[in-house]
Ligand binder design. Structure first.
Ligand SMILES: CC(C)(COP(=O)(O)OP(=O)(O)OC[C@H]1O[C@@H](n2cnc3c(N)ncnc32)[C@H](O)[C@@H]1OP(=O)(O)O)[C@@H](O)C(=O)NCCC(=O)NCCS
Length: 143
């Protein structure tokens, strides 16, 4: 298997969306469509893909966005058939290399039940920040 990391291109959307569905990271409610992806890239973020070039198959995604103050790591996932083989580390290394190059601090949210991801992130150098609650406003209709 020949694995490379590379940047997202608009024609990758379907394959990327498939990974997000398969790994439970997708959903229209989160608003993650083509326009949003391209906007985050314009703003200096990256959607880094892990590709199995032997099959022209995208097998992992790491969406690294930035707001000028911090980098955020999200939509980090590997296609189920390819999980547990050490490939997440390749994708995380590429993401952290990019983050380091920006000089900005990097932050992420992970569910406390997601032991695999928590292990991965801690091994990658992330430190637990504390017992914070996470909030979001999805729609402003009632405001
Ligand atoms: C999280 C995820 C990307 C890890 O991918 P993976 O291919 O299984 O990970 P790897 O094989 O590269 O393993 C990397 C590290 O993850 C941890 N890990 C992997 N499998 C594990 C398991 N069964 N139990 C505990 N930790 C595990 C270990 O720390 C491992 O490093 P190690 O082998 O040195 O111990 C993958 O499980 C996934 O896509 N999950 C669904 C999406 C998701 O939850 N993403 C995180 C959102 S915040």
């Amino acid at each position: 298997m020949n694995l490379i990391t590379r940047d997202y291109r608009p024609e990758d959307f379907e394959a990327v969306n498939y990974i997000w569905q398969q790994t439970g990271m997708g959903g229209a409610i989160r608003g993650d469509d083509q326009d949003v992806i391209l906007r985050t890239i314009e703003m200096g973020g990256r959607l880094i893909l892990l590709e199995n070039t032997a099959k022209n198959e995208i097998i992992g995604t790491s969406w690294v966005t930035q707001d000028g103050r911090r980098i955020y790591l999200h939509h980090f996932g590997i296609l189920p058939d390819y999980q547990g083989k050490g490939f997440a580390k390749i994708l995380l290394d590429a993401s952290l290399k990019f983050a380091k190059g920006t000089g900005l601090q990097i932050k992420l949210e992970v569910h406390e039940d997601n032991e695999i991801a928590r292990n991965l992130y801690v091994k990658g150098g992330f430190k637990y920040l504390g017992d914070y609650n996470v909030y979001i406003i999805r729609k402003y209709d009632n405001l």
